[in-house]
Structures are given as structure tokens and as C-alpha cells.
Design a protein around this ligand. Structure first.
Ligand SMILES: Nc1ncnc2c1ncn2[C@@H]1O[C@H](COP(=O)(O)OP(=O)(O)OP(=O)(O)O)[C@@H](O)[C@H]1O
Length: 336
């Protein structure tokens, strides 16, 4: 196996809340290989965004971050990200307006992004910016580049942010729920634009989402997070077909069947809610919601270990006992 593009090892992100240490990410490890798409999934509060921010070297103020983040073998933890941001690693946030300035045109901002990493003429930078907008499917890109962010629709703004992230051809892009603010039809188009830009530039992608349908369509591998840890990881196909962690099975069971249009009528199949990082259970954090939990699950937190198919890992004391399909552990529910 070649050296991974990104290797995250034993990442911890600890915040302070109400005078206490809040362990929001607890010993997360994962790898991303060249050109690979790795999805980080899990319910709200699992620690996905904090993981992204820690890997990008932008943790929230006051957070304590430990572990190792290596890009092509070079340790970034505790080091300067100068020369890395924008050039080797780029970020696509949930909300385009957090990175686009309202007072400059979209084209000027992407042009500035080009010139921030390369000594190119304004004209050359401008033509690269227009090409980047074109690559994400913005029609008549030279003209649209002269518009301000507020003159773009939400979907177009998100495409513009993808264009800005990709314009310097970084090796790795981290996208944090890049389409949650968009309606489903636009969401699909923006994800296709992201995939096209990724194909064209050869970038690898860490895609943060809570939507397993997006994972199935866009990712090669998946890391399922729960309460700040990975509970399962591996290639998407075996993880979806035969998950080895009950939490993964519960997420899959929560998916509406393909033939049902009324997605909103389907309820999550996992009863209860994830624990707060301030009140984690002693053993497996999922045990209080798990239909298979036994005494040892409540006593001892399981480590991530090989389970199922090659490349698949699960953190579950009972992973060998899960039925196939494991989704049968959870019942689908629909509202009236
Ligand atoms: N700046 C902060 N200060 C204190 N607690 C925080 C801060 N940022 C996040 N948290 C807490 O850390 C935990 C993990 O948050 P994070 O945003 O990484 O979750 P997430 O999986 O990305 O969820 P979402 O899908 O809602 O974005 C949550 O319990 C959250 O409330």
C-alpha cells in the first residue's frame, strides 16, 4: 500500500465548556489515499466538523488538539499550515457566505485565491478563475465572474466556493456538509459539480455528511463516527451491505426505501439520542441505544478492530454476532 495522502492518527479535540474539559473527538484515526473520496458520517454532534477543523489546522479557539495529522508523511500537527492551505489542502464549508466576501465580485475573489499562492499575472489568474467556474458548471463563466455573491443563487454560490477551493489544484479537499443548505435537486447538481472538479484536478476528498445516500453515491470509503470516535470504517460497499457495528446498521435502517418519495415521513430507526460529550457512558457510547448491548458493552469501550471484509473495521464487542442484514436489528418506522 503506498503512503497515504492524509494520515490522521489518534486525533483528540477537547473543548472547554462550563469549566469542564469536553472530549468532542476521542482518538480518531483514518487515512485518505490519493484521489480517494472518504466520507465522515454520523449524527449531529459526532465530532465531524471538529475533525475537519483540526485536520485543517483551524480548531475553535481554546480547543486542545492532540494526535498526528500527516500530509504525504509531513507532520502538520502543531506546525504552520503556510504553504498548505489553498495550495495543498482546501476547504468547502457548509455555507458559502462564510468564505465569500459580499463586497468583491466572485471572479475577483477566485483570482485573488490564485495569486495568493502563485506569482501569476492578473490576467492569467483571471483566466484560471474563469476556467475553474466553468469546470463547476457555471454557464457563461466569464460574465458571471463579474457578479457579486448575492447575485448568485445558493447553488451557484456553493459551486463558486468549490471553484475557489479547487482553483489551485490542491491534493486534498475537505468539504463539510457542502450541500445541507440546498434543496435536493440543487444538492445533487452541486455534488456532481464537486465530483467533476475533483476528477479534473485529481484531488482527494474528505466529504462530511449525515446523508448515507450521498455516501453511497460519492464515496469510496466511509468512516462512521459516534460520540467522537470511529465505530466503523471501510470500503463503502461491504460496510453498507454487511455493517459490523450496530450503529452503522441503525443508520442504514433509517434510510427511506428507494421507492418512497416522502422522505420526510421516515423517522430514524434508532431510538434515543447520542450522548453529550460532557456525559459519556463508561463503556461503549452506543450501548444505551443498542439492541445487542450486554454487560461488557456497558463496562468497557471497544477498540476499532478488523471485522467483516478486508479493510473493514468495527468497534463493537459483538460485531461477529451481528445478523446479515444487520439492519434487521432495527425496525423501519413511518409517520402516518
Ligand atoms: N466551539 C465549541 N465549543 C464548545 N463545544 C463545541 C464547539 N464546537 C462543537 N462543540 C461540541 O462538540 C461536539 C462535536 O461537534 P461537531 O460540530 O464536530 O459535530 P458534528 O458531527 O459536525 O455535528 P453537525 O452535523 O451538527 O455539524 C458537539 O457536542 C458540539 O456541541
Amino acid at each position: 500500500m503506498p503512503e497515504p495522502l492524509l494520515a490522521v492518527r489518534d486525533l483528540h479535540v477537547t473543548l472547554r465548556g462550563g469549566g469542564h474539559a469536553v472530549p468532542a473527538v476521542r482518538g480518531l484515526s483514518f487515512e485518505v489515499h490519493q484521489r480517494e473520496v472518504v466520507a465522515l458520517v454520523g449524527e449531529s454532534g459526532a465530532g465531524k466538523s471538529l475533525t475537519a477543523r483540526a485536520v485543517l489546522g483551524m480548531p475553535p479557539h481554546g480547543a486542545r488538539v492532540t494526535g498526528s495529522v500527516r500530509l504525504r508523511g509531513r507532520e502538520l500537527m502543531g506546525e504552520s499550515y503556510a504553504g498548505v492551505w489553498g495550495r495543498r489542502m482546501a476547504f468547502v464549508p457548509q455555507d458559502a457566505l462564510t468564505v465569500l466576501s459580499p463586497v468583491h465580485t466572485v471572479g475577483d475573489q477566485i483570482t485573488a485565491a490564485v495569486r495568493s499562492v502563485a506569482k501569476t499575472s492578473r490576467q492569467e489568474a483571471r483566466s484560471r478563475a474563469v476556467a475553474a467556474l466553468d469546470r463547476v458548471g457555471i454557464a457563461d463563466a466569464a460574465r458571471r465572474a463579474r457578479a457579486y455573491p448575492h447575485e448568485f443563487s445558493g447553488g451557484m454560490r456553493q459551486r463558486a466556493v468549490i471553484a475557489m477551493a479547487m482553483v489551485n489544484e490542491p491534493e486534498l479537499v475537505i468539504a463539510d456538509e457542502p450541500t445541507t443548505a440546498l434543496d435536493p435537486a440543487i444538492e445533487a447538481q452541486v455534488l456532481e459539480a464537486l465530483a467533476a472538479a475533483r476528477e479534473a484536478t485529481g484531488a482527494a476528498l474528505v466529504l462530511i455528511t449525515h446523508d448515507l445516500r450521498i455516501v453511497a453515491r460519492h464515496a469510496d470509503r466511509v468512516v462512521v463516527m459516534y460520540a467522537g470516535r470511529a465505530v466503523e470504517s471501510g470500503p463503502v460497499e461491504p460496510v453498507f451491505r454487511a455493517p459490523r457495528a450496530p450503529y452503522t446498521a441503525g443508520l442504514i435502517a433509517s434510510l427511506p426505501p428507494a421507492e418512497v418519495d416522502a422522505v420526510d415521513r421516515w423517522l430514524p430507526s434508532i431510538d434515543g439520542a447520542p450522548p453529550s460529550p460532557t456525559h459519556l457512558p463508561r463503556g461503549c457510547a452506543f450501548a444505551p441505544r443498542c439492541p445487542l448491548a450486554r454487560q461488557n458493552c456497558e463496562d468497557e469501550e471497544p477498540a476499532l478492530a478488523p471485522a467483516g471484509e478486508p479493510g473493514q473495521l468495527a468497534a463493537c464487542h459483538r460485531s461477529t454476532e451481528l445478523p446479515v442484514p444487520a439492519t434487521g436489528l432495527f425496525s423501519r418506522k413511518a409517520t402516518a
